[in-house]
Write a protein that binds this ligand. Structure first.
Ligand SMILES: *Cc1c(COP(=O)(O)O)cnc(C)c1O
Length: 394
């Protein structure tokens, strides 16, 4: 009898369920053990030592591989740990082509750490196939993309990049943090590796630090398993549990993040203090068509540019419901000032060339009631305008 595959909402809600045969516990337990007894010489239960493989982490890793349509999943102690593990595929003399508007920590890892191991990177608009071709070198090994990018929400056509990359035997690596497998599955579009800061939407509650890697193909999966174990930046059993718990509600949260972000972004477009809103869910966004084709929904974060840089400080001082804080993807709304926070490690020239300037604010829209968020933003923006125009600020 053919079994219809479960929809993603059901698979998410059931992560770890019906896998604990001893007690029948509805959710998978936290196995704190670091060592596992061998039945006899030459035999193993499949678990030997926690760094290599641990039961709670494994349930999470299998779920992630399945959700991203990959072959193997690897849970890491942070998004940066996942990125470092992936970049360890490369070494002396290797070259990478990387999205121009990039998460600041990834840029720092490449420029300050990977550079010491002889890995170089060229930053280009990955949606421009000519730019990709021009930046390709004989030693180029992979293309690394973020789509949407953070904070400018630039969209890359994943399938087009994967087709180009595979023609030149390059790996395609996608940071899928902003959309999660609920809205976008890069491996189905041809990518080889997906990475996540699971600290963001997957965890979803601003309370767990974690990273994930999903690989496609046997050889790559085996190599990643070797790196994951050898580097050792793996996720703990309790954090693995916490992450799975968050992921069970991913579908509900992403739908709400999307609808709230659309409502709030539309409001901001009409506000006199705001010059421009960058959100791929708005039809006027340049990436709207590609985004609609390759993803089934939109993220809950967007950026906006205020008309005067002097508005920034009072806006951040006046927001009350929305917290001025440096993360994204949680149920609580957070506002970030990329130029001084997340993107401070990117040189000013590069940052400003892409548009991350001192008037740009990033808003991670939570799951609160949209009208409450609008009211908070409205009062903060109006107060900022009054202070600046009233001459209270210089
Ligand atoms: C936060 C983030 C990272 C880094 O992840 P951590 O969990 O903070 O280590 C990487 N990529 C993107 C897109 C992020 O937003």
């Amino acid at each position: 009898m053919d079994k219809k595959p479960l929809n993603i909402e059901s698979r998410l809600a059931q992560i770890g369920s019906v896998q604990e045969p001893v007690t029948g516990a509805i959710n998978f337990p936290i196995y704190q053990a670091t060592a596992f007894r061998h039945p006899k010489l030459g035999q193993s239960t499949g678990f030997d030592y926690i760094r290599t493989k641990s039961p709670t982490r494994q349930v999470l890793e299998d779920a992630c591989a399945e959700l991203e349509s990959g072959d193997a999943g690897f849970a890491c102690s942070s998004g940066m740990a996942a990125l470092q593990t992936v970049f360890a595929l490369f070494g002396q003399g290797d070259h990478l082509i990387v999205s121009l508007d990039l998460y600041g920590g990834t840029y720092r890892l490449l420029e300050r750490i990977m550079s010491k191991f002889g890995v170089t990177a060229t930053y280009v608009d990955t949606n421009d196939l000519d730019a990709l071709e021009q930046s390709r070198q004989p030693n180029t090994k992979a293309v690394f993309i973020e789509t949407p990018t953070n904070p400018l929400m630039m969209i890359t056509d994943i399938e087009a990049v994967c087709t180009w990359a595979s023609r030149h035997q390059l790996l395609t690596i996608v940071d899928n943090t902003l959309l999660t497998p609920y809205f976008q599955r890069p491996i189905e579009l041809g990518a080889d590796i997906v990475v996540h800061s699971a600290t963001k939407y997957l965890g979803g509650h601003n309370d767990v630090l974690a990273g994930l890697i999903v690989t496609k193909g046997k050889e790559l999966s085996e190599e990643m398993a070797f790196l994951h174990n050898s580097i050792g930046a793996v996720l703990s059993p309790s954090d693995s549990y916490q992450l799975m718990r968050g992921m069970k509600t991913l579908a509900l949260r992403m739908e709400r993040h999307q609808s709230n972000a659309t409502t709030v972004a539309t409001f901001l477009q009409g506000h006199p203090a705001v010059e421009e809103v960058f959100y791929p869910g708005l039809p006027e966004h340049p990436g709207y068509d590609i985004q609609s084709r390759q993803s089934s929904g939109n993220t809950g974060i967007f950026s906006f540019k205020v008309k005067d840089a002097r508005y920034v400080e009072p806006v951040l001082r006046h927001i009350r419901l929305i917290a001025f804080a440096e993360s994204l993807g949680g149920v609580e709304s957070l506002m970030t000032y990329p130029a001084v926070q997340t993107h401070a490690d990117i040189p000013v020239e590069i940052r400003e060339a892409v548009g991350v300037d001192d008037r740009l604010l990033r808003f991670s829209v939570g799951i609160e009631f949209a009208e409450d968020l609008i009211a908070d933003l409205d009062q903060a923006l109006n107060a900022a305008m009054a202070e600046v125009e009233g001459g209270e600020l210089r």
